[in-house]
Ligand binder design. Structure first.
Ligand code: PRX
Length: 664
């Protein structure tokens, strides 16, 4: 890469990083003119553009003749009369192309043990699981909840569901029994797939026991079977008639399995994410449109080539692990790393060691991981990436939250050796795949900017009335036309889908991302300015403030009222701050610290450890307007430790501002 400020830096001018000629030459989308040509193609014939991509990227059992059906907007349909199977596209198609011997997954366990599986064996494994599920009566359209950590079994279970047309819903292994129960209840899942334990950072943590607890909480009578993968081998409780070892169910099954050919709109998966109300929403994705964009973005954004060793560090419990582990790379027949552990075990050089060991060429991770590894390297030189041979890398990626320019520069210099482009990919659970991102062989990079829309994505910045705002002026991020991998609905709640993403007050026309954005006056590059709703982003994990508030007030013996806001945090991006009114006199000192701990543990139990508030502040009341609305802007200022500039004259009890000044 060459850094340049075209004609020498001027005041306020940003430094741009250009891909090297060598990178441009070999890139699939090579040069800005190629990018611009694709954008023009999409603009002049939108459906023709996407139809072409859909035919290039995916093998259809029945070719589609319809491309986009907008008759029931905003419930759009793509490629609706086409049929396909996602697992066929990710497995069989690779075997037909002669890739049977190619390594599909290099699995590195927490303790460093490596297991490789090629496409032929992965195909056989997936078929056996699929046959096993069928033998238990799982059919097209049934839901299967997968609660498992990073493993070949996890990816195979997803593909097995896809093979028989069952809709999977993966629940992140860090979620609590209560959160798991809520998701099982909402999906009405027939089967839960889990493991005895998960092993992370040298620790053995329960999975099966949490499933047992979730099912005991009630509301889960849809569940007929629990399938348990052996990971730790340590004993777990097995409920007779309900629980079966995965090995016993799939052991005798045939290694081939006729795929269930599904229509393009058939729900491939549901994935729960946080919104601005208390209840997480089940984002429903299609099979056809989703797979097209998963494969296309993997090919173009990551410039993926047959010899690449691709590593996306996300967990399959999040959308990134769906699109850029389970589906995108597999649909392209790539070799990829699946990692069970954590970046800081046995020490904070784990990522660098693994890149060196497996000769990773494309590395995709989250800013929060980079920031914590920068911190670690600053205090302990032996874990600095400069001590490792990272010369195999040719491309880096970032996802999940804005990457601050300082972290970008460090990543660029110390991990990428000033040679690798960084693709800062903006997208969401709902978008299914990248929507604003550089294409590495085309787009000049600016640290902290996700640059330009992916070709065919009509992203724009508008005001509250839906009118375009000029570049250089901040506004609301929207996508003006439907695209193939977009959310289809919220499972069981189409009204909420409409209200959340196509609200009436906004004309109901554009997809509302929920983020603010600004386009650079000169380059038109997008910078995401953060959520405009009550959604927080903590270490790249999406959390609803209302969700945490609901969890806090559910502690009815202790909590009378709670309000949650975010504040900036150097490492985690945002931190959760809870303001709590107790049903007992205002605590101070050790007592306050003990109650704060009790509340954190409670939230971990209700949602999961990722939702624990970093700061807890107690008051005899919360600051409210005369009409009784909590003054959240004021709470945000308090959380940040800012001087209070808001008008507080309407406060009933100004003394509470002093009380809330103390964080525990
Ligand atoms: O606020 C944006 C932020 O993450 C949100 C989506 O979160 P989730 O659905 O969990 O998906 C995360 C992985 C795709 C967005 O609304 N976000 C994601 N990527 C970026 C980002 N913010 C800035 N820059 C990004 N590259």
């Amino acid at each position: 890469m060459n850094a340049s400020t075209a004609g020498g830096p001027q005041a306020g001018e940003v430094r741009m990083y250009y891909p090297s000629e060598e990178f441009v030459r070999q890139a699939t989308i090579s040069g800005m003119s190629a990018y611009e040509a694709l954008c023009r193609e999409a603009e002049s014939d939108y459906t023709g553009y996407w139809a072409k991509r859909a035919r290039e990227m995916v093998t259809w059992k029945t070719p589609f003749t319809q491309v986009l059906d907008e008759s029931n907007a905003p419930f759009f349909k793509w490629f609706a009369d086409g049929t396909l199977n996602a697992s066929y596209n990710c497995l069989d198609r690779n075997l037909e192309r002669g890739l049977g011997d190619k390594t599909a997954i290099i699995f590195e366990a927490d303790d460093g043990e490596v297991t490789r599986i090629n496409y032929r064996d992965l195909h056989a494994k997936v078929c056996q699981i699929a046959n096993g599920l069928r033998s238990l009566g799982v059919q097209k359209g049934d839901r299967v909840v997968i609660y498992i950590s990073m493993s070949i079994d996890g990816v195979a279970a997803m593909l097995a569901c896809a093979r028989i047309g069952a809709t999977h819903s993966v629940v992140f292994g860090g979620f609590s029994a209560q959160a798991l129960r809520d998701r099982i209840e909402d999906t009405r899942a027939k089967v839960v797939i889990t493991a005895d334990h998960q092993i992370r950072g040298g620790k053995q943590l329960p999975l099966k026991a949490i499933v047992d607890e979730a099912l005991s909480l009630g509301g889960c009578d849809s569940v007929e079977r629990v399938l348990v993968v052996r990971r730790s081998g340590a004993p777990v409780n097995m409920v007779q008639g309900r629980d079966r070892w995965m090995a016993d169910v799939v052991g005798g099954q045939a290694q081939t399995c006729e795929p269930e050919w599904v229509e393009a709109e058939h729900p491939l998966f549901l994935l729960y994410t946080s919104g601005s109300t208390g209840k997480p929403k089940g984002v429903q994705h299609s099979t056809g449109g989703y797979l097209v964009h998963a494969a296309l973005t993997t090919a173009w954004t990551f410039d993926l080539k047959p010899n690449d060793i691709f590593w996306c560090t996300a967990d399959i419990g999040w959308i990134t692990g769906h699109t850029y582990i389970a589906y995108g790379p597999m649909a392209l027949g790539a070799t990829q790393i699946v990692f069970e552990g954590v970046p800081t075990f046995p020490d904070a050089s784990r990522f660098w060691r693994m890149i060196e060991r497996h000769k990773v060429t494309i590395f995709y991770t989250a800013p929060t991981a980079i920031r914590s590894l920068i911190k670690a390297a600053e205090s302990n030189d032996t874990v600095h990436p400069r001590n490792f041979d990272l010369s195999s890398l040719r491309l880096l990626g970032s996802v999940g939250e804005p990457i601050n320019p300082a972290a970008w520069e460090w990543y660029y210099r110390h991990v990428g050796g000033e040679r690798c482009p960084i693709v800062d990919t903006f997208w969401q659970t709902e978008t299914g795949g990248h929507v604003i991102t550089p294409l590495p062989g085309a787009t000049p990079l600016v640290p902290g900017s996700c640059t330009l829309p992916f070709p065919g994505i009509m992203a724009a910045v508008v005001d509250e009335t839906g009118k375009d705002v000029p570049n250089g002026q901040g506004g609301i991020l929207v996508i003006k036309r439907p695209w193939p991998s977009m959310i289809r609905t919220i499972w069981g709640d189409p009204e909420r889908f409409k209200k959340s993403y196509y609200p009436e007050e906004f004309g109901g026309k554009y997809y509302l991302a929920g983020d603010g954005a600004i386009r650079d006056a000169k380059t038109g590059y997008f910078t995401i300015t953060g959520r405009i709703d009550d959604v927080l982003n903590v270490s790249g994990h999406r959390m609803g403030t209302m969700e945490i508030e609901s969890a806090l007030v559910a502690k009815t013996d202790l909590v009378a009222e709670a309000a949650v806001v975010g504040r900036p945090d150097e490492t985690t991006g945002e931190a959760i701050c809870a303001f709590v009114v107790l049903k007992r006199p205002l605590p101070t000192g050790d007592e306050a610290r003990a109650i704060a701990k009790e509340l954190r543990d409670w939230v971990a139990k209700e949602i999961g450890p990722i939702a624990k508030p970093k700061d807890i502040r107690f008051g005899e009341n919360l600051p409210k307007t005369r009409s009784g609305k909590i003054m959240r802007r004021l709470l945000r200022s308090i959380a940040k430790g800012e001087a209070i500039t808001q008008d507080t004259s309407t406060l009933e009890n100004p003394a509470i501002l002093d009380q809330l000044g103390q964080a525990y």
